[in-house]
Design a protein around this ligand. Structure first.
Ligand code: SAM
Length: 268
């Protein structure tokens, strides 16, 4: 055995120099580096009922994502016929409907309105299709795609009468806050797509997110707060609008003593 073998093992190398990060900027017209998404595609089992709903109702109620403006009248023509309303009907956009419980309840309450609903979670899309079948709804169309891209490419300026964003993912950890859906650039795009007098309604059960939502919406020049709450802790927040149902999820939270904050702004 020679001496070298008796030497203690070499101390760990100081931090290896990292391969320098190349800061790449996007070529004009190309989204790069990739945008941070407000969602991760969760694994989740699609039930047999949801699969059947996809097969039976998908062709009628799913709209493919497209790179051009959506023709609202054509997309909701059957709904207008059934409700005996004019072809051009108010349209509400919903972002992130989850399993669609609130969506279906609201659409049932307002058959005279179109509900254009975006969700990326496949079992959720199946669940809403199933509700559409069970409740005989005709005024919902689903785009199973990132809502941010739908807004950018499919929705003309001043085309919406309302926007619903209920319980968007709170991304609790500080390092994940950047994934939150409700940030100034998205709100500016939504405000520009609302008609004058249209509304943007957000609800959350996470107070720091509620504060962020209030701050971001208040800073958007095209929006005005509808709230006139004088309770010191609730200044800026709206009473729960009658149409937003208490879902199972929200009821559970309320029983546990959690708060819920509604924020409703109007397009000026
Ligand atoms: C916490 S869940 C809330 C679901 C439902 N609104 C509720 O109140 O139960 C948020 C949902 O938003 C969806 N989501 C997040 N970002 C989205 C995006 N950019 N486009 C479409 N859906 C999105 C997620 O897939 C998730 O189902």
């Amino acid at each position: 055995m020679n001496d070298t073998n008796l030497k203690p093992s070499a101390p760990a190398l100081p931090d290896q120099p990292r391969t320098p990060r190349i800061r790449r900027s996007a070529p004009e017209g190309v989204d790069y580096p990739k945008e941070i998404k407000s969602f991760v595609r969760r694994a989740g089992r699609t039930t047999t009922g949801q699969t059947k709903a996809f097969e039976d109702l998908g062709p009628q109620f799913l709209l493919p994502y497209q790179n051009s403006a959506l023709d609202f009248v054509a997309a909701f023509a059957a709904a207008a016929r059934e409700a005996d309303t004019p072809n051009s009907r108010p349209t509400i956009l919903e972002i992130g409907f989850g399993m669609g419980e609130a969506t279906a309840a609201i659409a049932a309450l307002m058959p005279e309105k179109n509900f254009l609903c975006c969700e990326v979670h496949e079992p959720g899309v199946g669940a809403l299709l199933k509700r559409i079948g069970e409740q005989g709804l005709n005024n919902i169309r689903i785009v199973s795609h990132d809502a941010v891209e739908v807004i950018d490419h499919m929705l003309p300026l001043q085309s919406l009468d309302g926007v619903h964003i209920f319980f968007p993912d709170p991304w609790h950890k500080k390092k994940h806050n950047k994934r939150r859906l409700i940030q100034a650039p998205l709100i500016a795009k939504l405000a520009a797509r609302l008609k004058v007098g249209g509304y943007l309604h957000c609800a959350t059960d996470w107070q720091p997110y509620a504060e962020q939502i209030l701050e971001v919406l208040s800073a958007e020049p095209l929006l005005k707060n509808t709230a006139s709450n004088s309770h010191p802790e609730l200044v800026g927040y709206a009473p729960k609008p009658h149409y937003r149902p208490l879902t199972k999820f929200e009821n559970r939270g309320i029983k546990l003593g959690h708060g819920v904050w509604d924020v409703v702004f109007e397009r000026v």
